[in-house]
Design a protein around this ligand. Structure first.
Ligand code: C2O
Ligand code: CU
Ligand code: CU
Length: 505
């Protein structure tokens, strides 16, 4: 896709649902039947029997002269999925919403219009920006029909990488994200990483009924964390893409699924992981597979080897609620269902000459030698007795979320070490806003490299230790399980980072 000018970007961003018939990539809700299928209906007509269309990229909006101004309209609309018309939610009529491309030091101004029937708001997942005021403030509430102007100022030393945006109104986050409200944010590299092509792959899942309407989630699914029946790449079912043999592409992949873990494989191809979340490794690692918990991102180099390949999500056991007293409506099986094909890759042509050298990245900051000023433990638990009506409670240190309570008070500019202890039989991926975490110990074993992530999976009945430098910003924000149903069920806490030197009370 060609970059578009800021002027065009502004226009695109401001169009909203009414203007989506212009047919730009990613603006899919132009007609009952999506573009590009020329009257061919898939045999069997169920969603997705056919190998899909060519992979599309979401529309892109790019900053210029240090500024990106966009309007995001969150609203229901019609979209083509696997040759069938469906009604989902989306930003600016796209599924996913437009990719926002910015640079360190930029100002990102987002006017969010709420075209939904319920409250919403916006979170810029992973960005290191202020959590206060009209910046990345998860406590903002936008009523149906209202708009809110967000403004995010990225520091000049902001880490490059893939980030994303999604709603964060407690209680309806899982519904809104699974409905289609998500989009990617790219913070560009100061020095470009050489690649024949760069692709943004937004992986999501959803469930549609036979009429193409979003399925809700049952109580049991909300406990376990809903997994959609359809797993989409850039809103498409099993899209196809082609690479020339020997070419090296850069794939930026985000897992926007509410609860589904993505253990990704692309067998037969050569994969190097450049980093996870905002963390970039000093040198890319050769990998066979990448595990992305909900919210995680991967920055992958794919070097094409002759032949065909399939991007697959293979089974991952994130534990189950079985054996918890049978209160789960019998749905106790772990998420160990079979392999899911996400996209097909065709490699053609003769080998490409010389591959670009793998550039060494700046040595990542390492908190392992830092002076730790506080150590805390956070216990993630599931049990009876919490919540309204005595259902299953999802707690951190024994408490469910209360937006009016501060759970953790931290001194700004300090480094803390947190032990994340999961006493439950399911994995919980912990996410902290604003400040990335460095994983220093997993299941009792020290981590021997710099592993910086903003979503850290804590496997069932185990512990992970992280260190966090609370630099750059102060204010109140949240940490929570990124299985968004668990977050909506209460597995979230409030953190208040106080200015350095101010006494903590
Ligand atoms: Cu991506 Cu608080 O979440
Ligand atoms: Cu976040
Ligand atoms: Cu959880």
């Amino acid at each position: 896709m060609k970059p578009i000018s800021r002027r065009a970007a502004l226009t695109l961003g401001g169009l909203g649902l009414a203007g989506t018939a212009i047919g730009g990539a990613g603006l899919l809700w132009s007609a009952q039947d999506g573009p590009g299928r020329a009257g061919v209906q898939p045999a069997g007509s169920a969603f997705g029997a056919l190998p899909g269309d060519t992979l599309r990229e979401p529309a892109e909006l790019r900053s210029a002269n240090g500024l990106l101004e966009v309007t995001l309209d969150a609203a229901p609309g019609r979209v083509d999925i696997g040759g069938r018309s469906a009604t989902t939610l989306g930003y600016n009529g796209g599924l996913p919403g437009p990719t926002l491309r910015v640079r360190a030091g930029d100002r990102l101004a987002v006017s969010l219009h709420n075209g939904l029937a319920e409250r919403t708001n916006l979170h810029v997942h992973g960005l290191h920006v202020s959590p206060e005021g009209n910046s990345d403030n998860p406590f903002v509430m936008i009523e149906p029909g209202d708009s809110f102007d967000y403004e995010y100022r990225l520091p000049a030393d902001h880490s490059p990488g893939l980030y994303w945006y999604h709603p964060h109104h407690h209680g309806v986050v899982a519904d809104q994200v699974s409905g289609g409200l998500y989009g990617a944010i790219v913070v560009e590299d100061p020095d470009p990483i050489p690649a024949a092509r760069e692709r943004v792959l937004v992986i999501s899942d959803l469930t549609l009924d036979s009429s193409g309407t979003l399925g809700g989630a049952t109580a049991a699914e909300r406990m376990r964390g809903r997994e959609g029946e359809l797993v989409l790449v850039n809103g498409q079912l099993k899209p196809a893409l082609g690479i020339r043999s020997g070419e090296r592409e850069r794939w930026r992949i985000v897992n926007t699924c509410v609860a589904r873990y993505l253990r990704l494989r692309l067998d037969g191809q050569d994969l190097h992981l450049l980093g996870l979340d905002s963390g970039r490794f000093e040198a890319p690692k050769s990998v066979e597979e990448v595990l992305l918990a909900p919210g995680n991102r991967a920055d992958l180099w794919v070097t094409a080897v002759q032949g065909a390949a399939v991007l697959r999500a293979v089974a991952y056991d994130r534990g189950s609620t079985a054996g918890m007293g049978g209160m789960m409506g019998g749905n106790g099986a772990g998420a160990t269902e079979g392999t899911i094909d996400l996209a097909t890759v065709t490699v053609t042509g003769a080998g490409v000459a010389a591959l670009p050298a793998i550039p060494r990245q700046p040595k990542p900051a390492d908190l392992r030698g830092a002076t730790v000023t506080a150590r805390r433990e956070f216990v993630f638990a599931m049990g009876m007795g919490g919540g309204m009506g005595g259902g299953m409670g999802f707690t951190i240190n024994g408490r469910e979320f209360d937006g009016g309570r501060v759970d953790t008070t931290v001194q700004g500019d300090s480094v803390e070490e947190w032990t994340l202890t999961n006493t439950s039989p399911m994995d919980h991926p912990l996410h902290l806003h604003v400040w990335p975490m460095q994983v220093v110990n997993q299941g009792g074993r020290a981590v021997d490299s710099v592993l910086r992530q903003d979503v850290v999976n804590v496997p069932a009945r185990s512990a992970v230790r992280v260190r966090i430098a609370f630099t750059g910003f102060t204010g109140k924000t949240v940490y929570h399980c990124h299985i968004l149903d668990h977050e909506d069920n209460g597995m979230m806490g409030v953190i208040d980072v106080r200015p350095a030197g101010q006494p903590l009370t």
